[in-house]
Write a new protein. Structure first.
Length: 493
């Protein structure tokens, strides 16, 4: 690849990451602020109801996930007809899903033993079709690594819906505030996608066969992936009822918020660059190595850090009614790494067209997860114990994923080992240093700030040394230095 094309690609990646980092940090701060307020207004039971309702609608959404966006982004010579067909196919299937879920809402509520939630299921039934109605040209924007409009639209929808959710929670003091907020966010995003973008995707099924052929494995993969991601939630409600479900689900949401709002957008930008590179080429392998390096550097301190801040965080942010779930938050924090890298492993298989292999990988790892939980189910008597086993399962699945990619010759095990060694060492040193100089059980604001400062500084020192010694490899180190330089220049402008 000529030097100017490579530089242009790097510049697009940096711009894409910059916009998504801005969005993710904004969403992260807003998300924490809303959790801080809502957790003190609503009860674990309210969050349990919301978790149950959203899992049901997410399953419906997953059952009809045709992978329209992934199909369009990974296609090398995509046309406007491809965009129109992918968006239209997705819209048609989501409309059908919403109608089916709407009709079956009373049956779903009754089958779960919560008939009083029928109205809630009816309302959230509209979520799939509202999301699908958003401007399909966003697919093209992402393919071109232009994330500015997407970031502005997402941020605007998030702000307004969060403010309304908090206002409703103060007024109603009910799970209806959470449901209304989720629906409003989807609706505002869809409306703004047409306000911000002049271009449109048109209704057309002229080329529907190709995206449908691509999507059949995506749909099967999504179903299995959803069950694998949510099986522990169903288990939690059987351990400690609706309150236990709410506590466990909030703990999982809180700990994975950085992965969802911070690491996933970074992974999405890297996915586009990898998908556009020639499969099994040296350029694609370099893009994979760079992505792994960035993800491990960002995910490791967050994952290890939750154990350090769990006690002051619960006391100061969530409130005393969430104190029983402190150990759960500390344990689930380690899922930040397994979720971030596990999601990237799945994206790599999609980017290289291995969607069939991805389905079998998800089926196999789901069987492993169920097997482990079945073998040790008698030992699990609380959600904190469930969290410990969930982390073990996450680590095992991550190792399987790494071996799976090596078998497919997408990424060798050495790429993962090289990318994780320095971040894991830095995170371990971070924990040791912080616990050596501070009492992490203190629950004052000053104690929490002190933990964050000491932990962050110690980790940065280790990573800086690793970069200076080029422990990540020469191309990866050059990419990190260039990335940091460009980010610094943008901040100083």
């Amino acid at each position: 690849m000529p030097a100017n094309r490579a530089n242009n690609k790097t510049d697009k990646i940096v711009k894409g990451i910059s916009w998504l980092l801005l969005l993710s940090w904004f969403n992260r701060l807003l998300g924490f602020a809303s959790i801080f307020i809502l957790a003190r207004i609503l009860t674990p039971e309210d969050f349990g109801v919301m978790a149950l309702v959203m899992i049901a609608i997410q399953l419906t959404d997953t059952l009809t996930n045709v992978g329209a966006e992934q199909y369009y982004i990974q296609k090398k010579q995509a046309t406007q007809d491809d965009l129109n067909s992918a968006w239209s196919l997705n819209l048609a299937i989501k409309l059908f899903a919403s109608l089916v879920f709407l009709i079956l809402s009373p049956i779903v509520a009754a089958s779960l033993g919560y008939q009083h939630l029928t109205q809630a299921f009816v309302v959230v039934a509209f979520l799939p079709v509202i999301n699908a109605l958003s401007n399909g040209f966003i697919f093209a924007q992402k393919k071109a690594l232009n994330f500015r409009s997407f970031s502005l639209i997402s941020a605007s929808a998030k702000v307004f819906s969060t403010l309304v959710t908090i206002a409703l929670a103060l007024t109603l003091k009910s799970y209806w505030a959470l449901i209304a907020g989720a629906l409003l966010q989807a609706l505002i995003f869809t409306i703004l996608s047409y306000v911000y973008l002049n271009e449109r995707a048109a209704l057309s099924l002229a080329n529907w066969k190709e995206p449908f052929h691509f999507s059949k494995w995506i749909m099967l993969k999504s179903i299995v992936g959803h069950i694998r991601a949510k099986f522990d939630i169903w288990f939690a409600v059987n351990i400690q009822g609706m309150g236990g479900l709410g506590g466990y689900n909030l703990a999982k949401d809180v700990t994975l918020l950085p992965s969802r709002e911070f690491l996933s957008p970074v992974s999405d930008v890297m996915f586009t660059a990898i998908a556009q590179a020639e499969n099994h080429s040296e350029n694609q392998q370099q893009q994979i190595n760079k992505a792994l390096t960035v993800l491990f550097i960002l995910a490791s301190p967050i994952a290890f850090g939750w154990a350090l801040i769990a006690e002051p965080f619960v006391a100061l942010i969530l409130g005393p009614q969430w104190q029983p779930y402190t150990a759960t938050i500390a344990a689930l924090g380690y899922l930040v790494v397994t979720f971030a890298i596990g999601n990237f492993i799945s994206q790599l298989m999609v980017a290289t067209g291995k969607v069939k292999s991805l389905f079998f990988y998800d089926v196999f790892t789901l069987a492993v997860a169920f097997g482990i939980l079945y073998l040790f189910s008698s030992n699990i008597t609380s959600v904190s114990e469930l969290a410990d086993y969930r982390v073990i399962i996450g680590i095992i699945i991550l190792v399987i994923g790494m071996c799976w990619l090596a078998k497919l010759q997408i990424a060798p095990l050495t790429s993962f080992v090289k990318a994780m060694m320095a971040p894991f060492l830095g995170a371990a040193i971070m924990v040791w240093v912080t616990k050596s100089v501070l009492d992490t059980t203190q629950t004052s604001v000053m104690a929490l700030l002190s933990i964050l400062i000491v932990a962050g500084f110690s980790y940065l020192v280790v990573i800086s040394i690793a970069i200076a010694l080029k422990l990540f490899g020469k191309p990866e180190t050059a990419f990190l230095v260039g990335l940091l330089t460009q980010v610094k220049e943008k901040i100083l402008k």
